[in-house]
Design a protein around this ligand. Structure first.
Ligand SMILES: Nc1nc2c(ncn2[C@@H]2O[C@H](COP(=O)(O)OP(=O)(O)OP(=O)(O)O)[C@@H](O)[C@H]2O)c(=O)[nH]1
Ligand SMILES: [Mg+2]
Length: 333
């Protein structure tokens, strides 16, 4: 299974990408149900922590992130089960808002970036969903760069899981869930229809429900910030699980073949006399294959267990797998 992956976050300007990252880091740094997010880079940890402290002040003292001005900001994180066991290391790339709209040169950079990503976060500003989008689809689409993102993603060499992050959900929390979902379908139809092969999580997040009324004074009280990352890790590990099942099957076959070779060689007394060396070598091969088999079986077991643990965190998540609504079935672990 991949041990090191890349997650890229894109969206329009000012939609709340950096604030989400800061909040997600702080929530997961403390840990959610024994999953943790840490960075080995002390400076990055300092920057993220300081930014979070500034955001947690109230009134004029509250400082929201400054708009991301570089083309992109990168972080290296370790996603852990328990404090010591790293499940996956990943690079997080926060793209400057509006990069989706820009010239060919930036677009080429972005395509290369997306092509090497294992999961994509697309941010939709919840303020756009304050009222039904039906009569404003083209404006919202343009402002949020939705069609642009769809075109870029369609050009990619492979399908990767997508998180549609509804940031600032506090601004549209007054609307019924079904009505919001109808708007999402209208905007993101291309990723939600069967036959296109996209796996999608739709996830509303907010840094605080009171922020809708007062963005400087409202209480910082993050909701759902860990769910998108858990989904990303879950999806990437499910892919790893399929690969590991294939490896385990290959190891099963190799053990069976090695056994066959031994029994082919050790027919009667005469063949045991003349083929003693070959029989020993074949027996060694059986042992080697059995050891390999044990390793692959243990690894499969480990991934299955981790996938089940991650899946438990997604039981309420709105997920689509190639256009079909999906729920996680979690066996006991
Ligand atoms: N109501 C509300 N406002 C938020 C929330 N998160 C962020 N904001 C507001 O959105 C603004 C922009 O947030 P950023 O995180 O800087 O957005 P961004 O997408 O990184 O912006 P660029 O880097 O300029 O593309 C902040 O200054 C806040 O005013 C939220 O959860 N609720
Ligand atoms: Mg930013």
């Amino acid at each position: 299974m991949k041990q090191s992956v890349k997650i890229t976050m894109v969206g329009g300007k000012n939609v709340g990408k950096t604030s989400f990252l800061h909040g997600m880091y702080m929530v997961m740094r403390r840990g959610v149900n024994n999953f943790f997010l840490h960075t080995a880079d002390g400076d990055a940890d300092n920057r993220l922590t300081t930014a979070w402290e500034a955001l947690n002040k109230s009134g004029e003292e509250r400082k929201w992130p400054v708009p991301t001005s570089d083309t992109l900001t990168r972080y290296e994180f370790n996603f852990r089960a328990g404090l010591n066991r790293t499940l996956m290391s990943f690079e997080w790339v926060d793209y400057r808002g509006g990069a989706l709209l820009e010239d060919q040169h930036t677009a080429q950079d972005l395509i290369e970036q997306l092509n090497t990503s294992d999961c994509l976060f697309f941010c939709l500003d919840g303020s756009e969903l304050r009222s039904p989008v039906r009569d404003r689809v083209f404006e919202v689409d343009n402002r949020m760069c939705i069609t642009r993102a769809k075109i870029l993603l369609d050009r990619l060499a492979r399908r990767v899981p997508i998180v549609v992050l509804i940031t600032k959900h506090d601004l549209c929390r007054h609307r019924l869930k079904d009505d919001l979902m109808a708007d999402i379908r209208l905007l993101f139809d291309a990723w939600l229809v069967p036959g296109q092969g996209w796996d999608v999580l739709i996830c509303p997040v907010t840094l605080g429900s009171d922020l809708a009324e007062d963005v400087q004074g409202g209480r910082i009280d993050p909701k759902n910030l860990h769910v998108p990352l858990i989904y990303a890790m879950f999806s990437i590990m499910v892919e790893g699980l399929v690969e590991q099942k294939r490896k385990k099957k290959a190891a099963d076959d190799a053990v069976a073949q090695a056994h066959q070779k031994v029994s082919g060689l050790s027919g009667g007394f005469m063949s045991r006399m003349f083929k003693g060396g070959q029989i020993d070598a074949a027996n060694d091969e059986v042992l080697r294959m059995q050891n390999l088999h044990t390793r692959e079986e243990r690894e499969l077991d480990r991934i299955q267990r981790d996938v089940a643990l991650l899946g438990r965190e997604l039981t309420n998540a709105v997920m689509y797998c190639d256009g079909e609504r999906m729920t996680v079935q979690t066996p006991d672990v």
